[in-house]
Design a protein around this ligand. Structure first.
Ligand code: BGC
Length: 751
């Protein structure tokens, strides 16, 4: 054994992978030479041709083998892990070694390599900030780099399928999984999540866009029935998927738990066959969410290609025995089984994993910490900054840091996407002990980060449990930073109210010292009853492995505050389409409708604009430490494509990053809401510098869904393009006449 394999083996053992599993994996994944008898291993052929050739060589049993997955973790007493699966992993699908078809080793998820069980030490990996935080950067380049980083950790941990790419629109700010997603706008979410998936797949592994579709809340998630009309779905949730799929070409799609208009998403002919495969021409495979399969023939005929973790999560194994019966009875055709196997093969060939088998290798955690930190820094949103409290002045002598465990770490979100942090948990004994817990604080301390950067200041910490002591400390400080957290996670929704007396703490501290800045670590929006009393608010989300450093850098102004909200912060529950969550209180077994016909495609800011509600903070909002001026806005329309151009100038005293946003409204009205985000950019400008920005507007953002034509239709007329720093800001407006245009339903070329 050479040094490299000794190291690899040592690492494998450290990770808890048995020698048998390693060698079996290696066997299944290493197709040594490509003999003439195995022409599908010829990488110069396209994935379709390779899938056709491999399919021809497959036996019926082999086809049955690759369409069924196993859970990768123990679930005593119900389920024992198959030994080939990587311990603690989300799933395993056997390969076909004789054909050189690799086994599929599946791992969660969107912020890094997440594990479902096993020894905490072996689970440690780098975590990106939450999906919401990454989206708040409005910088697809960072999303790509983050995806590339976590994808490389997946590969080097032995995984070739990453269950990442959550692009469900935030229809419900209380949804416990919003932190995993890309916010409330189809263009922003689609572009950002698409970029992340592209990054993951740049490692020659499969990424799985999810949860398809209209999976808007966790309350009753296994049974609820999302009600929405086709035109509305196509213009909102489905459009986000369409944009991301166009940009990233994911090798797999994961169908969700919920029903959509009566049928479960994983047996929904409209979603899987009609929209995804026929209209969009998706060529790869659909895998189910864990426990989302409810039938054999119905699901298969509706377009589901692979049952995930079937024995552990579904009521029964629907894809093996029952499928054989269904084939015999003629309820499922042989052609359909071939299509299922072929799609999986195609996804694997297209990913590159066959040529580049995954193998366990050392991970450069120090380099990866920089990637996650850069992402976190740009995602932090400065919501309010009165009296120039931030960045913290070098002259501040006495700084109080209160609450949120800011002395030791930063919060992360719970459930299947939970990454275990390098260095162990910073806080124990809070939150549920088991899934979707534990509640995990990553050991990256904002307090330490601040102390390192402000050596001349006296920085004192109080945990905030004793309100009077916190107020006393605040009163005796030049400036106060109160950290407030809200833990969100998979399987439960959260009220928008901060828990554990944190509102009272902030109120008490701000009453003692108006020079108070609140730093929030939350999955999404929260209500802020204390807002008028505080001088500043910073939304740091769940900022990932290096979150404490990132927060300290933004608070001290080492970097500009350049995040912008990807989600509307409501002022009150009464402003929402559903002030009370449908299905609340929970009805665990009975299906119930979630009525998305109320807002239809008017999701988030579109609903607020349409209703004339004043949000607490608007979509797109975020302050900078410098100031920007927008000028010279022009819009031209040629061959049905509108191009917008403008200048951005940094008019302030320091370098900073602007996020110019362009919104579009039809003069004639008739859309789901007054305006839609049409284009955006992120620009980095030195003080005094100006740059010109030119953006092409995707024509579907000027269109409505035309059910008769089964495509998009742009109405001829005048459209107003508004340039600003948020959805509620107007720096300039321009009108342009646009000709009528029909746009086919299929995917457009990657932008
Ligand atoms: C989640 C998925 C996840 C899967 C595997 C499910 O509970 O909804 O997002 O990928 O588990 O862990």
């Amino acid at each position: 054994m050479n040094r490299q394999s000794v190291q690899g083996l040592a690492l494998a053992l450290m990770l808890g992978v048995s020698i048998a599993a390693v060698s079996q994996a290696a066997q299944a994944q290493t197709a040594a030479a490509y003999p003439a008898t195995q022409p599908w291993l010829d990488a110069s052929l396209d994935p379709d041709a390779r899938a056709d050739l491999a399919l021809k060589a497959m036996t019926q049993d082999e086809k049955m083998t690759i369409i069924f997955g196993f859970f990768g973790s123990e679930m005593a007493p119900k389920y024992t892990r198959v030994p080939q699966a990587l311990p603690g992993s989300a799933g395993y699908v056997p390969g076909i070694a004789r054909l050189g078809v690799p086994a599929q080793f599946q791992t969660d998820a969107g912020v890094g390599v997440a594990t479902q069980g096993g020894e905490p030490k072996k689970r440690e990996r780098t975590a990106l900030p939450s999906g919401m935080a990454t989206t708040a950067t409005w910088n697809p380049d960072l999303a790509f780099k983050g995806g590339a980083m976590i994808g490389s950790e997946a590969r080097d941990s032995g995984f070739n399928v990453m269950l990442a790419g959550g692009v469900n629109l935030v229809r419900e700010p209380r949804n416990g999984r919003n932190f995993e997603y890309g916010g409330e706008d189809p263009l922003l979410a689609g572009r950002m999540v698409g970029a992340q998936i592209k990054g993951i797949q740049s490692n020659a592994i499969v990424s799985t866009i999810k949860h398809y579709a209209v999976n808007g809340q966790e309350t009753g998630r296994f049974v609820l029935d999302s009600k929405i009309g086709e035109a509305d779905a196509r213009t909102s949730d489905l459009l986000a998927f369409q944009f991301a799929i166009e940009d990233a070409d994911p090798h797999s799609v994961m169908c969700s738990y919920n029903r959509l208009n009566g049928d479960y998403a994983c047996e929904n002919d409209f979603l899987l066959n009609k929209v995804l495969k026929q209209d969009w021409g998706f060529k790869n495979y659909v895998m189910s969410d864990w426990g989302a399969v409810h039938s054999s023939a119905k699901a298969i005929n509706a377009g589901l290609d692979q049952e995930s973790a079937g024995q552990a999560f579904d009521k029964q194994n629907f894809f093996q025995g029952p499928l054989k019966d269904a084939l015999t009875k003629g309820e499922v055709s042989q052609a359909r089984l071939d299509d299922m196997a072929r799609r999986i093969l195609r996804g694997l060939f297209a990913s590159g994993v066959v040529e580049k088998p995954v193998k366990i290798a050392a991970i450069d955690y120090a380099a990866h910490a920089k990637v996650t930190q850069a992402d976190a820094e740009e995602g932090i949103v400065l919501l309010k900054n009165d009296k120039g409290l931030l960045p913290l002045a070098a002259s501040a002598k006495k700084i109080a840091v209160i609450g949120g465990h800011a002395d030791v770490g930063v919060l992360s979100g719970g459930g299947s996407s939970q990454v275990y942090p390098i260095g162990g948990r910073a806080v124990t004994g809070e939150g549920p002990a088991s899934w979707p817990g534990p509640m995990i604080y990553f050991p990256s301390s904002p307090l330490k980060g601040l102390k390192a950067r402000l050596p001349g200041a006296e920085i004192r910490y109080a945990d905030g449990k004793d309100l009077a002591a916190a107020a006393k400390l605040a009163a005796d400080s030049d400036v106060v930073l109160v950290f407030a957290t809200q833990w969100n996670g998979e399987s439960f929704d959260s009220p928008l109210t901060l828990e554990n007396n944190q509102d009272a703490l902030i109120d008490a501290v701000a009453s003692a010292n108006t020079r108070t800045v609140v730093v929030l670590e939350t999955g999404g929006p929260v209500l802020m009853p204390w807002l008028p009393k505080v001088g500043g608010v910073v939304e740091a989300w769940y900022p990932g492995s290096a979150g404490g450093e990132a927060i300290a850098r933004v608070l001290t102004g080492e970097v500009d505050a350049s995040g912008r909200l990807p989600v509307t912060f409501p002022a009150a529950l009464a402003q929402l389409p559903r002030p009370v969550l449908d299905g609340d209180p929970k009805k665990p077994d009975d299906s119930f409708p979630v009525d998305y016909t109320i807002e239809g495609a008017a999701v988030g800011y579109k609903w607020f604009d349409k209703q004339g509600h004043q949000p607490l903070f608007a979509f797109g909002h975020g302050l900078s430490y410098t100031s920007f001026a927008y000028d010279n806005l022009k819009a031209t329309s040629k061959d049905g494509v509108v191009t917008v151009s403008f200048d951005v100038k940094n008019t302030g005293p320091r370098a900073g990053k602007a996020v110019p946003q362009v919104y579009v409204s039809p003069k004639a009205g008739g859309w789901e809401a007054p305006q839609r985000l049409a284009a955006f950019s992120k620009v980095d400008l030195a003080p005094g510098a100006t740059t010109s920005v030119t953006l092409a507007v995707d024509p579907r953002l000027l269109a409505t869904w035309d059910s008769k034509a089964h495509g998009w239709s742009v109405a001829a007329g005048n459209y107003t393009f508004t340039l600003g720093a948020s959805s509620r800001d107007t720096a300039a407006k321009v009108d342009v006449a646009v000709a009528a245009k029909a746009i086919p339903v299929g995917l457009m070329k990657p932008r």
